[in-house]
Design a protein around this ligand. Sequence first.
Ligand SMILES: Cc1cc2nc3c(=O)[nH]c(=O)nc-3n(C[C@H](O)[C@H](O)[C@H](O)COP(=O)(O)OP(=O)(O)OC[C@H]3O[C@@H](n4cnc5c(N)ncnc54)[C@H](O)[C@@H]3O)c2cc1C
Length: 492
Amino acid sequence: MSNTSNRKQAIVIGGGIAGLTTCYRLVTKSAERGIPLNVKLLEAGDRVGGAICTSKQDGYVIEHGPDVFLSTKPWAKALSEELGIADQFLGTNPMERRSFVLHKGRLHPVPDGFYLMAPASFLPFVKTPIFSWHGKLRMALDWVIPRRRKDTDESLESFITRRLGKEAFTRIAQPMIGGIYTADGKDLSLKATMPQFLGMEKQHRSIIKALVARKKESQGGASGTSGPRYSMFLSFKSGMQTLTDTLAERLPDDCIQLGTKVSRLDYRSQVEAQPKSRSIGEEKWHVHLANGEQMEGDLVCVALPAYRAAGLVETVAPSLSGSLASIPYASSAIVNLAFRRSDIEHPLNGMGFVVPAIEERSIIGCTFSSVKFAGRAPEDYALLRAYVGGTGSRGEMYFQRPESEIVESVLRELHGLLGLKGDPQLALVYKHPNAMAQYHLGHLDLVAEIEAQARKLPGFALAGNAYRGIGIPDCINSGEQAASLLLEQGLK
Ligand SMILES: Cc1cc2nc3c(=O)[nH]c(=O)nc-3n(C[C@H](O)[C@H](O)[C@H](O)COP(=O)(O)OP(=O)(O)OC[C@H]3O[C@@H](n4cnc5c(N)ncnc54)[C@H](O)[C@@H]3O)c2cc1C
């Protein structure tokens, strides 16, 4: 399986959005710059897309992984425009922007103007039953509490509790941020996950003050979204897989190799492998496959979860491997359920709801998919999407259950909360084991160390959700950065 032509060979390992983007950029940039380069994508599974997975069934468009991307981070939007699929963008329903939060067994709207952890509007905040009077007064103290002097990393829980009090964390920020990161706020690094709030404290001292200023600004014309054409949260008419399918279609015919699990990498002189065919000293990456075969590459990008990347580089870079292995991951399961609309008593007048850990439920949230996006369910039917799992023993316990038990427990919860009457028309569970990187305290320092160690390896790059952002736009950015690094450093 050696590359006999004069063209350089790049091998990208992992066919999620990060790996696909890396391949696409290697192909487009090398063509633009006239660099002769073969690109191979090795994917262990029988499909590309990784966590991104959409299926269609009985008139439903069903998301088994992510269902949306942020248009305020430029990379996913820009890539879609370049691929010519921006005409398929689908914004969230502008009529039903609200979300609910579970509080003492009942769903309450998140107060208008509330942003993740703090209010920007006075009246809806004062009226909401989600917080006690004591909790509301404590949140208001944010207006006068001085800035933190130290510049060391701080956990989200510590930051929110310090500025806005415990209720702000347990009753709303924990479930909302937990929903994004499937994580526990006591471990999450503020700098790595929500640096905008750190910036708000630095600039305005008070988070509430900063949010009020931001609201005024957006009312004055700066929309807070990425522009007049797009909603802040976007998907595609046929689902998120449109993006990964299109990327895969745009790669050269023989680029993607499915069912190809990589077990180990090493970097050594060609002379050891083929004494007669190469000059002594010409070094290559050797990609060892799980089936015993080997491939050679001049450039390698590992676009896998960090713990898998750690296994691949264990012999070639033990210290890098150790650092990669120290990034923790969480598991989650997505449960899609379809009902006749008349079998749900709740008006479904919102995007969905989140569940604080203190409510001790088996689900961490639920999206009303057919309300959030048009065309996700046939008329007179509703598609719901519940989330199970996350960090902590409780989340892990629910995640580990057999699929039938997960459906049963989700249905039990939703019966009580949404007033379900009949059985679901469709119930599908999709498990994502150890798919969500957890950015714990000190994460950015750890990533800087990983990047420094990775730079020592010639023609080598890392990409994926473990490093500088878990969202789809960030993973795309990581793939683009990896491709640039390989082209600039690897082909010197
Ligand atoms: C349930 C869930 C919901 C999410 N929701 C959102 C959302 O709404 N919006 C958003 O922006 N982000 C969301 N995210 C985050 C985002 O989807 C992911 O961070 C991103 O898709 C990860 O892409 P990736 O390429 O880094 O990794 P992955 O998608 O995990 O891809 C890695 C690929 O590598 C392959 N692989 C693994 N081991 C090997 C090996 N040894 N050899 C070869 N191939 C291998 C795997 O099969 C997989 O295809 C969500 C994530 C999850 C799990």
